[in-house]
Design a protein around this ligand. Structure first.
Ligand SMILES: Cc1cc2nc3c(=O)[nH]c(=O)nc-3n(C[C@H](O)[C@H](O)[C@H](O)COP(=O)(O)O)c2cc1C
Length: 194
């Protein structure tokens, strides 16, 4: 097996394109962070950085680019729903990752327990209160304390190297039953206790 790396780079050579190329090897989920403000304006953006952070207490996290125009509005609410998009929701991903108003046009959703939009057809809903936000490089790292969860339908939409995908489990065959060595009889006759 050839284990020569296709390319290597040290810090000085790491361009944004190369950073994306290397990190693009790792698939992510596709999650819509949603909220609604006092003017009934639905807010949302798509992140690939959503993930679990702590089990006890239940915490989740995601990272949002400092250039996001939705996050400053969502931040004011201090609560959000993470809608884990399912593999038939590519169009919803496209709508919510656009900039500008009318992102939610034609997207059916229902208010969740926090009042935040739950997008119909998502594979899971995680309702959160913002518990921490840290500036990290060119992003904000946001930590959410989970207040409620709901399982939806379907399988999660994945994203890798600029393409959408689906999860495909690897079927690992069960280990073959260990054959007894030829020289050992399958059953040894009991010896008489004479
Ligand atoms: C699959 C996918 C994953 C993304 N992941 C992130 C992310 O983790 N953080 C982020 O800030 N933007 C991410 N984006 C881009 C944002 O969705 C998009 O730039 C943002 O929502 C722009 O709209 P806004 O200005 O209203 O926030 C992602 C986009 C796509 C399509």
């Amino acid at each position: 097996m050839d284990i020569t790396p296709a390319s290597t780079a040290t810090l000085a050579d790491i361009t944004p394109a190369y950073y994306r190329q290397v990190l693009g090897k790792l698939p992510t989920g596709v999650t819509a962070i949603t909220g609604i403000n006092d003017d009934d304006e639905k807010l949302g953006l798509v992140v690939g950085t959503f993930q679990s952070l702590s089990l006890d207490p239940p915490l989740v996290m995601f990272c949002v680019d400092k250039s996001s125009s939705s996050w400053p509005k969502l931040r004011k609410l201090q609560k959000f729903t993470a809608n884990i998009l399912s593999d038939d929701q590519i169009n919803i991903c496209r709508s919510l990752s656009r900039k500008g108003p009318q992102k939610f046009e034609g997207l059916p959703c229902t208010a969740g327990p926090l009042g935040t939009p739950h997008l119909d057809g998502a594979t899971a809903y995680i309702d959160c209160l913002v518990t921490a936000e840290v500036v990290v490089g060119d992003h904000y790292m946001v930590v959410g304390a989970v207040t409620g969860m709901e399982e939806g339908n379907g399988d999660a939409l994945l994203f890798r190297a600029g393409k959408f995908g689906q999860y495909l489990p690897i079927e690992i065959p069960a280990p073959a039953e260990q054959a007894a060595p030829a020289s050992v009889p399958a059953s040894v006759p009991a010896r008489s206790a004479s």
